[in-house]
Structure formats: C-alpha cells, structure tokens
Design a protein around this ligand. Sequence first.
Ligand SMILES: Cc1cc2nc3c(=O)[nH]c(=O)nc-3n(C[C@H](O)[C@H](O)[C@H](O)COP(=O)(O)OP(=O)(O)OC[C@H]3O[C@@H](n4cnc5c(N)ncnc54)[C@H](O)[C@@H]3O)c2cc1C
Length: 418
Amino acid sequence: MTTRQQTFVIVGAGLAGAKAAEALRTDGFTGRVVLLGEETERPYDRPPLSKDYLQGKSEKDKIYVHPKAWYAEHDIELRLDTRVTGLDLAAHRLSVTGGERIGYDKLLLATGSAVRRLSVPGAEFDGVYYLRSLADCEAIKAAFAAAGRVAIIGAGWIGLETAAAARAADCEVTVIEMGELPLLEVLGREVAEIYAALHRAHGVTLCLGAGVEEITGTNRRATGVRLADGSVIDADAVVVGVGITPNAALAEAAGLHVDNGVVVDEHLATSDPDVVAAGDVANAYYPHLRTHLRLEHWSAALNQPAVAAATMLGRDAAYDRVPYFFSDQYEMGMEYSGYVARGNYDEVVFRGDVAKGEYVAFWLHHGRVLAGMNVNVWDLTDTIAALVRSGRPVDRAKLVDPDVPLDQVAGGPASGAR
Ligand SMILES: Cc1cc2nc3c(=O)[nH]c(=O)nc-3n(C[C@H](O)[C@H](O)[C@H](O)COP(=O)(O)OP(=O)(O)OC[C@H]3O[C@@H](n4cnc5c(N)ncnc54)[C@H](O)[C@@H]3O)c2cc1C
C-alpha cells in the first residue's frame, strides 16, 4: 500500500516563508513544499533596503535569503507572482489569482505586512514613495540620486534610516513627525532625544509635532508637503514611513482568529489545527512576557519559522525568544533586546560613554531590566537577553559601571511576570 504524499503550503515568500521551507527540509519532511509569493523576486531580506542597499553600498545578490538554485535543490516548489486570494479551511484548499486551487495538509501563513498609506490630498502624486519592497527601494534610490530636497513623513525606524540614506546621497532632508520626538513611543524620551540630536548633527531638519495636510504638486507630481500650520516644505521627493499593517485579510476572511494579526499561541498554532502563522503577520504569545505580541522585526521572521515548521510536523516546540531588533543610522549602529510596553518603565540608565556613542541603555521597571540597547558595542545581545529574561532585580550601581561584567549585575529573586 502506498501512502499519499503530504503537501505543506506556505503563503508569503518573504523571510519567514523561506526560512519555514528551509526548516521543513532540515527537519526531514519529504513531502511537497509549496511556497507561494505575490512578488516577482525570490525571498529577500528587507533590512538592507533602508540601509546599505539603499545607499548603494551592497550588491543585490547579497539580499536574497537563499541562492536561486537552492529552491530546486531542496525540492521547494517556489511560485512567484502568485497571489493567494482565498482560503477554505474546511476543504483545506487555497485559491490563487487566475482561479487555480491548491490543496494542503498543513498551511503556514507568512504574509507579512503592508505599508500604511497616507490619505491626504496629493498622496497619489508621482514622487511620493513608500518603502517595503525591493522595487520601492530601487525607485527611492533613483529619486534620491535625482533629488535636491527630500521630505520624509514619519520619524519611525524606516523614516529615520531613509533620512540617513538621503543625507548620504547629499540631499537636503526634512523629516516631518506628528510626535514630539522621533521614536518617542518606542524608546521613550531619553533615547528619542539621542536620535533627534544624531539627525540634526547630520544636517537633517526635524519638523516635530507637525501634522500633514496635503502633498502639494504640479501636474500630479509632488513638489512638497503642506503642514497643518499652513507652512510648506518644498521637496522633489516625498517618502512616507507611517507604519505598517499585518496582511491578515486572507486569514480573517477564512474565519481564523485575527486580532492585530493572526493570533497564535507559543507553538505558532492558529485557531485552526492545520494552520500556523509566523513573522510580521503573527500576533504570537510569548510565555516569558505572558502576553501576545506582533513584532515587526526581522529576528521573529528569521526564528519563528523553525517553530512553525515543527508544529506543522506535529512536534512539540515553542517560540519564546526575547524580542530583538537592530537599526543602523549614520555612525550609530544598535541592537535592542527586550520589550517595553509604551512608556511603561521607571527610568533609563546608561552604561558606557554616551558622548562617544558607545554605550548600553537599559530600561528599568521596579529595579528590573525590561530592555537593553547596545550602541556601537557588540556581542552583548545574549547577555542582555539573559538579564531581561531572568526578571531578577539588578544592582543599579553595578549596572552602570562598565567595569562590572553584565552577567554579575543581577541579584535577588526573579519577578513572576517574566
Ligand atoms: C525597508 C525595511 C527595513 C527594515 N529594517 C529592519 C531592521 O533594521 N531590523 C529589524 O528587526 N527589522 C527590519 N525590518 C522589518 C523586517 O524586514 C520584517 O519584520 C520582515 O521582513 C518580516 O518578514 P515576513 O516574512 O514575516 O514578512 P514580509 O517580509 O512582509 O513577507 C511577506 C511576503 O508575503 C507576500 N504576500 C502577502 N500576502 C500574500 C498573498 N495573499 N499571496 C501571496 N503572497 C503574499 C508579500 O508580498 C511578501 O512578499 C525592515 C523592514 C523594511 C521594509
């Protein structure tokens, strides 16, 4: 008797999708693996699109998750330019553009996120750019090469990294932000001020506390940004970085539990026993934090797929890494480990030389480290993550003293909530 070959389908050929395909093969799955992606490029890493690659400092070949031949070599059926339009959970079947149906035994949703679009007048003009895909990056790179003045709407990670790239391209740059400071909600005032100073030192004009009324233009081509106070910032190119939303419509229409992304447990299992989700689209339960989080971070898209694949294979695995992300702007490279709910910390303390730009910032709550951000000092991620995960109170004097090793600053019992 022959047993039917199983088919595992992955929707979304980004980093999470590609790593899941890899994990299935590494774990010994010998059935069909079908990887469906709506983009025309094979899976690639997005972080370089606002950093080295946007600045023309790295080769295109370097951004791909796997070499072209890898998919055939591992018997992965990679189907690009293929958008999944429907999911029938009961029938275990997907529909793709053109009407084709694809059946699955197990399904991974790795559909990622899409940029949030501006809805002000003029937002549809030529010369208004968003940054998510390789094609977006190429268009912005060309625009920076031709532009004298660039306006960037939104001082989040994407907006600020893009501002640094525009400065590297010798453009005059204005960053427009509704909040009082760049990154204020993510980092709090202490570190947000450092980022504001960094950009000003590099010649960027920060327009803070500013609402956008309109993109001005001539013949449907952007010429600037009109602010709520009536002033106009002239620009040859406008880049919008005002956040992203999870691509969860497919899951929601199918009846999966969706709430700020596809809701999954620590096994990355959805509300359907044969469907898992990973990466930007997954709102996953983190046992050590005792909460669900949807992280828009490269590290989750890199590491969650191994757990998703194990769950697809019926093995017991859980995802509970300390959240991690990184950013590079001008000479300031950083890694951030941990999680701080908006504003929910008592103080930020610094270890090292802030003036020289080599330090670690720690966010503390009730004497415990919630998160640490190492700036231009490296190989600390594991130690910081261990400190965060331990939930143990730290000796503040030792924490800020670079002569005391970081693994010797904690004492006392762990709090229950880590
Ligand atoms: C410019 C940029 C810079 C970044 N820099 C950093 C950084 O420095 N540090 C950091 O931690 N993170 C960074 N990130 C975030 C990081 O890249 C994301 O967290 C990561 O890409 C998420 O991967 P993913 O595979 O979950 O989703 P995605 O990368 O969004 O991939 C999902 C894929 O699924 C496809 N898809 C969606 N719906 C369908 C459908 N119905 N049918 C078929 N295909 C579909 C999408 O087109 C996309 O190709 C950056 C992101 C961007 C855009």
